[in-house]
Structure formats: C-alpha cells, structure tokens
Design a binder for this molecule. Structure first.
Ligand code: IMP
Ligand code: MG
Length: 418
C-alpha cells in the first residue's frame, strides 16, 4: 500500500512532471494534490512534448489512472482544453480521470479580480500567473466558493455562479463590452463545468481501494515548489495552494500512515518566476547562460525565469519540512560548460528566514570545479565526469538527504539511478 509523494524543493519548475512520468511506469495511479492551471508540468514521451497544467502527469501513460484532489482548484474551460489536447495526441483519458467533487472552480471573473488586486499593490506585486488561482482559494476560505459537485444541483449552482458574476461587476470598473464578455465567459464556464462533471469521483475512496492491493503504488504529485508554499515559502511572494508533502494527505483524503516515500525534486541550480526574494540570483551573464542552456522560460506564461546558483541551505530546509526520504537532482546536464560552479552553504551572519526579510540574506558559497563534457541523456553514474559526481555529492551533503536519482535530459528515460 505504498504512497510516494513527489514535491518540488525550490520555487517550482524543478522537473516534477518529467520525474512523475518516469516513476509512473510502476504506478497504478497518479494523484495531483495541489494548485491549478498555474502549474506547467512538461513531459516528453514517444517523441512528443506535453505541457500539462492541472491534469496529473501520469496520464501520459495510457494505463495509469489520474486523480485530482480536493485541494486543487480548477478552471473547467482550461481543463477541457487540456483533455482535448491529450486526446488530439492519441491519449484517451476516458474512464481513467477522477476529479474530486470538492475541487473549487475558477469563475471567469476571478481572473479580472486578480488583475485588479495586483494593480492595487503599489509595490510588492506578486507576479502571479494570472490564472485566477489566488481569488479561487480566497473564496474557498471565505466559504462561498463554487465546488465541482455543486453542478449536480443546477438551480443552486446557477445562483452561486450569478452571485460571483454580480460581485465582480459591482467590484470592478468594467466597460459594457467587458461585462458582455464576462457574461459570455460565464456561459462557457457553465457548459464546461457540466461537461467535465462526468469525471467527478470520491478520490479518497478510490485511492483506498487501489491501496488495498499491497503492491499497488500511488504517486501523489505536488505542484509549484516548497518555497512557494503559503506557510513555509517566501511569504508573501507565494502561491495560494499548499506545496509541501503534508498537503497530499489533506487533499487526497488518506492518512500519513499510508506514505512510504517523499521524493524531493531539486534542480541543479535555482530558478524563480514572478517576484520575491532569491538570495542566489545571478542577474548577469552567468544567469543568462543558465537560462539559455536550460531553456528557462515559463511553461504557463512564457516569462523568462530568473536563474541563479543552487541554494543548499534552502534545499536542506525544504528537505526537512517535507520529510524527504530521497532527492532527485534534475537538469544536471544544463551545468555542463562552466569553469566553476557555486553552491550556497550558508548566509552571512548565519541568519535564516523565509519571511519578509528574506531579501536581506547574503549567501556564502562553496566553489566547485565545473565540467565541459556533454552529459545529456546519460544513464550511468560511472560515466559522469568526476567533477559532476563531486557536485552531486556536495548537494547530498548540504541537503542532508541521499540523491538517489539524477535527471540528465527531458526524455522519460534520461535518468541515472545510483
Ligand atoms: P499564482 O500561483 O498564479 O497565484 O502565482 C503566485 C506566484 O507563484 C508567482 O510568483 C508565480 O510566478 C508563482 N508560480 C505559480 N505557479 C508556478 C509554477 O508552476 N512554477 C513556478 N512558479 C509558479
Ligand atoms: Mg513548471
């Protein structure tokens, strides 16, 4: 009855999608437990590249069940587009997608409200993905959000939808054209919700049935990264869905006793999209070199990602708050071709916080020799240049958790198991 939880240890985009797809080879189900279409999980398989947002990455494998847990938020229009895009690539999800009826829906007005709330922040803009994620979670905790299961009582569903439409119209200064567009988007929202409602399921019950088979593996797939978590991340520059391993249990409705592994995905360097502190950021030609080599542009928004050295202190912090049993180090191939590499091993004055004064942290670095060899697609530890091996060992030491696998390329099987 093992559940493996996969989480990101940085600010997202660590390569969770690729690793979840790789690990799903032996899984019965992959269950996404947080976030919404703000995520961008890239999977490359059979010569095709899939950019998934809310659908669990495991669905790319035709025999895996995909589940979406109650703590996720869903835009019914965009998830239908995602489903159609997979089906257009010959991957049918019929009969193997289960969405919790408790997921909260992103009403079309929430995107407009999000634009407004960002504009209202004179300074300290978050730089959201603009997918209406924040307003959806705010309404969940305000206790009048629209859940997927509400569509099964059409009259009260329409009343609830209308309430949110009117509230936005009364709050925002919309032109008559905007109001017209909103009404038409609301119609599409209602139609899409009806269509997607056929996937509604009791995810907790389904997982418990899968886990009755003692050998069945369920992968709980996190979104974003631990440093974007609203409790443990770089608050207030965070997302609204919980990103840490503990959230898998609450969202999917199983207890901590079911979990056997927590796999932390750590990129061999650091990236961040959106605003907020980033102690090891390289706002120079080295950062540009990493961005180019790693193709570091957002999957969801296309924004160039901010790039920097690996922060070993943050890696250790994230490994602790998630209880990681192992780390997968990803995108190691991107670091080929540097004369030297740096890893942050502490901060000046030994001060550490992920709170509002995180931007004051000044990193202290360990310098390691680089390597020139191209290691893309390598699958054998013994073939790595010794400088690359030393880099992995340094990461393991500072993070305090074994690096059991290394991703060396975007392909499904570009993985070294140690
Ligand atoms: P939101 O999730 O759209 O509210 O955005 C809040 C912050 O989280 C912004 O800095 C986003 O750039 C960041 N963010 C949200 N989702 C992702 C992701 O999947 N990868 C990287 N950053 C993300
Ligand atoms: Mg991403």
């Amino acid at each position: 009855m093992p559940v493996s939880i996969v989480v990101g240890l940085q600010w997202g985009d660590e390569g969770k999608g690729k690793m979840v797809d790789h690990l799903a080879e032996t899984a019965v189900a992959v269950a996404r437990f947080s976030g919404g279409a703000n995520a961008g999980h890239t999977v490359e398989a059979d010569g095709k590249r899939f950019a998934l947002h809310l659908l669990p990455s495991g669905l790319v494998r035709k025999d895996v069940i995909g589940m979406i847990g109650s703590a996720c938020v869903m835009d019914p229009v965009t998830i239908l587009e995602e489903i159609r895009s997979l089906e257009g690539n010959g991957i049918s999800i019929e009969g193997r997608l289960m969405i919790s009826g408790k997921v909260n829906l992103t009403h079309p007005a929430y995107r407009c409200l999000e634009v407004q709330s960002e504009a209202d922040l004179a300074s300290g803009k978050i730089g959201t993905t603009g997918r209406g994620i924040g307003p959806t979670y705010v309404r969940k905790y305000r206790r009048n959000a629209i859940r997927l299961e509400d569509v099964f009582n059409m009259q009260s569903f329409i009343e609830l939808v209308d309430f949110h439409t009117l509230e936005a119209i009364n709050t925002l200064n919309l032109s008559s054209t905007d109001v017209e567009k909103l009404h038409s988007d609301v119609q599409s929202f209602i139609e899409a919700t009806k269509e997607v409602s056929r996937f509604t399921a009791d995810v907790s019950l389904q997982i418990s049935e899968v886990l009755r088979d003692r050998d069945a593996l369920v992968i709980a797939e996190g979104a974003q990264g631990s440093l974007l978590d609203p409790d443990h991340g770089s608050y207030p520059f965070v997302t609204c869905g919980q990103c840490v391993a503990g959230a898998a249990c609450t969202s999917l409705g199983f207890g901590p006793t079911m979990v056997t592994d927590v796999i932390g995905i750590l990129k061999a360097y650091t990236t961040r999209v959106g605003a907020g502190p980033f102690p090891t950021e390289l706002d120079n030609h080295i950062g540009t070199q990493i961005r180019k080599a790693g193709n570091e542009f957002g999957t969801t928004t296309g924004r160039p990602r901010r790039c920097g050295w690996l922060d070993g202190v943050l890696a250790g912090y994230s490994a602790r708050i998630n209880g990681c049993t192992s780390i997968t180090l990803t995108l190691l191939d991107v670091l080929s071709g540097f004369d030297e590499l740096k890893i942050c091993t502490g901060y000046e004055g030994d001060h550490f916080t992920t709170g509002r004064s995180m931007d004051k942290l000044i990193p202290v670095y360990e310098i390691l020799p680089g390597w020139q060899e191209d290691i893309r697609g390598e699958t054998d530890w013994d073939n790595l240049p010794s400088a690359a091996k030393d880099y992995v060992l340094a990461v393991e030491k500072i993070a305090g958790v074994p690096v059991t696998s290394i991703s060396t390329g975007p392909g499904r099987n570009d993985v070294i198991w140690r």
